[in-house]
Every structure is written in C-alpha cells, then in structure tokens.
Design a protein around this ligand. Structure first.
Ligand code: NAD
Ligand code: DAU
Length: 368
C-alpha cells in the first residue's frame, strides 16, 4: 500500500483532498500532511480525520523549503507519492508582499523536487530513456490556470497555451510548473501537473471572494467588487477538483499536464449577486438584524480594481475528460447553496479563523 505525502494539507484544497482520499477514494494506506501552518493553514480543518483515521493520518508541522525536513519525512514514512498543494495562494497578498510567494512557491517546490529525486534514487536521465519509476513513484504538482494569463472575449486555455502570468502569485506558480517539468525532462522524475480554475466550497479562507462575500453579507458589511466586476472566472466545486487530482495521481501519464475546470464561466458581479440570492434563501434579510432593514444586494460596493487584474479565465479540460473520464459533477447554484450552508453550520470555525493571525495581518497590511 502506498504512503502519500500531501504538502499544504491544512489549507483549503489540501484539507478537502485528504478528506476525499479517506472518505471517498477508498484509499487504504497512510497520508502524511506536511504543512507550515501559515495564516492559511488550520489543523482544525482535519480534526475529524485526525480522530477517525488515527494511525493512517499523520500531521507534520514543517516548511517545504527545508530540504532536510522534507527528506526526513519521506524516509521516515516511506513516501512513494507526493501531492504538492503547499503554496502562498492569494493574488492580492502577492501584490502587497511577493517575497513569501517566491520563497514557498519556487524555492519550496525546488526543495521538494530535490528530495523526491534523492530519496527515490532517480539520477540523471539517459538520452532516450523515459520517465523513471513511473509505476512506483509519482510527484503530482497542483497548479493554477492563472499561469496562462488573461483571455479575450472568446477562447479557452489549453494545456498548450503559452504561459503569460501577470501577478507575482501566478509568476511564482508558473516558475514552479517549469521546474517540475524540467525535473521530468532532465532527470526523468515521474511527475504530473494540473492547472485548475477557481475553487469554492467548505474550509475556504475568508480572504477569497466567495467566503469573504458570504461572511461579510451575514454581518451586514460591504461586499467589495473590484473594478467594474465584469471579470470572468471559471468556478469549480472543491470536491470535483479533489476527484480530478485523485484520477490524475492514479491514472495520469507521467510527464503530462492536465487542465481542470468547472465549465462555469461567471462574471464576478454575478457571483456576488448569486451569493446574495443564496443567502436570502437560507437567512432572509428581514430576519438578519445585522442588515438593519437592507437587502443583501444593497451591500455590494464597487472598489478600486486589483493591479494587473486578469480579465477572463476559461478552461478547456477535454484532455482530462477524454483520457481519464473526469468531468465536473456539481453545478454552481447547488455548490454555492452547499457552501453557504456549510458556513452557517460552522460558526466556531469561522470565529477561530477570523480572530487569529489573519485578522492582525489584515489590520497591518490590508488598506483597501
Ligand atoms: P491555501 O492558502 O488555502 O493553503 C495553502 C497551505 O499551504 C496552507 O495550509 C499553508 O499553511 C501551507 N503552506 C504555505 N507555505 C508553506 C510552506 N512553506 N511549507 C509548508 N506548508 C506551507 O491554498 P489553497 O487555495 O488550498 O491552494 C492549494 C494549492 O492549489 C496551491 O498550490 C494553489 O496555487 C493551487 N490552486 C488553488 C486554486 C484555488 O482556487 N484556491 C485553484 C487552482 C490551484
Ligand atoms: O484561478 C485560480 C486561482 O483562483 C487560484 O490559483 C488562486 O490560488 C485563488 O486564490 C483564485 O485566485 P483569484 O484571484 O481568482 O481568487 P479571488 O477569490 O481572490 O478573486 C476572484 C475574483 O474576484 C477575482 O477576479 C478578483 C475578484 N475579487 C476578489 C476579492 C477578494 C473581488 O472583486 N472582490 C474581492 O473582495
């Protein structure tokens, strides 16, 4: 049975992925979660898994930039598969302070690649030799559609679309993708890469548009919409992303990149209006004292645009569909209703997240 190292498993997608692996994928081995616990990492996200799967789930607090830590974990737990989520993930933060993005997303990925190459005994690639040990080992790198840049009114990102990142975040992710691919081409490290569109769902940190708008609306606070609000994102329910990663990890071809998307292009302003409508169904505004007689949509506030804001993303995931039979299963309205219900059902999680390090960071750095 394989032991999987998940990096960044205490964050939004990583924690959903670990839950998916134990609860839905029928995995019988062990998952080791290596996470530095930055402001975005929260062990509470996996408290249920820690209880239910004692002995098969291990948490290690550590930094992926530290080669010794990573190599030590890989040796100790006889890791044969890595799913690499750990990253600084928020575009706005990368604009205010890019350094951590360069450190974790680039140097961290480099240190992981070096550890995998060393511990798995993969040397230099001989001319004409394919990926090494692809039946035995796998390094899956989780990346973003933002590496492709911005689209005009038509077209979609394909795996062959040239990279054109615009924010320090997307540039750092692009850089990490190139490194991962280079380790495949140069050393034959058995890798796969996925580039996914915007996720939403439970455990999403409330700095990102959807959870921020849900929680602000419930508290009667402004719902900030950047610029004209007509930017387009392609939304995917997080569990669908997890299912796609699992398929790629198990069945994807070594050396390949797979795009993942929700087939769900939405203008930001319509996402925010959708959140207002979903909240109105769950907690009608007239019963919510925080609104003081307002409607949820009265809270929508246009604010200064994000620097370098990409206009439109859309994903062509036909390769993943054709090769591995994956497609999204959750439609946006249903996924959003589930997400709203989750935030309403977990006030303790919300309180803890909002009162921690995040809040003090916001006070110091976030002047929007
Ligand atoms: P997140 O910010 O919620 O979680 C990141 C996790 O990584 C946190 O638990 C954090 O503590 C950990 N981490 C950060 N630096 C670390 C370090 N140096 N060492 C160890 N752990 C560290 O992010 P997310 O939204 O869950 O995104 C996960 C991955 O998926 C990222 O690589 C991101 O680029 C990618 N991605 C995200 C989305 C999205 O919509 N959220 C879409 C496509 C791809
Ligand atoms: O496309 C995939 C990417 O999606 C991931 O790689 C990133 O890790 C993830 O954070 C997400 O990036 P975005 O920048 O698209 O997500 P965010 O939720 O920050 O913003 C979504 C859109 O909404 C974007 O066009 C900016 C806009 N926005 C965002 C916030 C936080 C607003 O209009 N108001 C806001 O308050």
């Amino acid at each position: 049975m394989k032991n999987i190292l998940v990096t960044g498993g205490a964050g939004f997608i990583g924690s959903n992925f670990i839950r998916y692996v134990f609860d839905k994928a029928g995995f019988k081995g062990r998952v080791v979660n290596l996470d530095k616990l930055t402001y975005a990492g929260n062990p509470e996200n996996l408290a249920d898994i820690q209880r239910k799967f004692k002995g098969r789930y291990a948490f290690v607090k550590g930094d992926i930039c530290d080669f010794k830590t990573v190599a030590g974990v890989m040796k100790k737990y006889k890791i044969s598969e890595i799913v690499h989520f750990a990253a600084e993930s928020h575009v706005d933060r990368s604009i205010f302070g890019p350094k951590d993005f360069i450190e974790t997303n680039i140097h961290g990925t480099f240190s992981l690649l070096e550890a995998a190459r060393t511990i798995w005994g993969i040397g230099n690639r001989e001319p004409g030799v394919g990926n090494r040990g692809s039946g035995k080992f796998r390094f899956h790198h989780v990346s973003t559609d933002e590496v492709y840049g911005s689209l005009g009114k038509t077209g979609k990102f394909k795996e062959t679309t040239p990279y054109d990142p615009h924010s320090p975040y997307s540039a750092s992710k692009a850089s990490s993708d190139h490194l991962v691919r280079a380790y495949s081409d140069t050393y034959g490290l058995p890798i796969t890469i996925s580039n996914c569109s915007n996720n939403y769902g439970p455990y999403h940190f409330p700095e990102k548009l959807i959870p921020l708008a849900i929680l602000n609306a419930l508290e009667g606070k402004p719902l900030p919409v950047y610029g004209d609000g007509l930017q387009v994102r392609d939304w995917l329910y997080v569990e669908d992303h997890c299912a796609a990663i699992w398929k790629i990890l198990k069945k994807g071809r070594a050396g390949e990149t797979y795009n993942i998307g929700g087939n769900c292009e939405m203008k930001n302003i319509n996402v925010v209006k959708g959140i207002c409508a979903a909240l109105e169904r769950a907690v009608p505004a007239r019963h919510n004292k925080a609104l003081g007689g307002k409607k949820y949509s009265d809270l929508i506030t246009y604010v200064k645009d994000r620097a370098g804001h990409d206009r439109r993303y859309a994903i062509d995931f036909s390769k993943l569909k054709k090769e591995l039979g994956w497609q999204p299963s959750v439609r946006f309205a249903g996924g959003l209703a589930k997400t709203v219900d989750w935030y309403l059902a977990n006030p303790g999680w919300v309180k803890n997240v909002k009162s921690g390090a995040y809040r003090s960071w916001l006070r110091k750095n976030y002047t929007r």
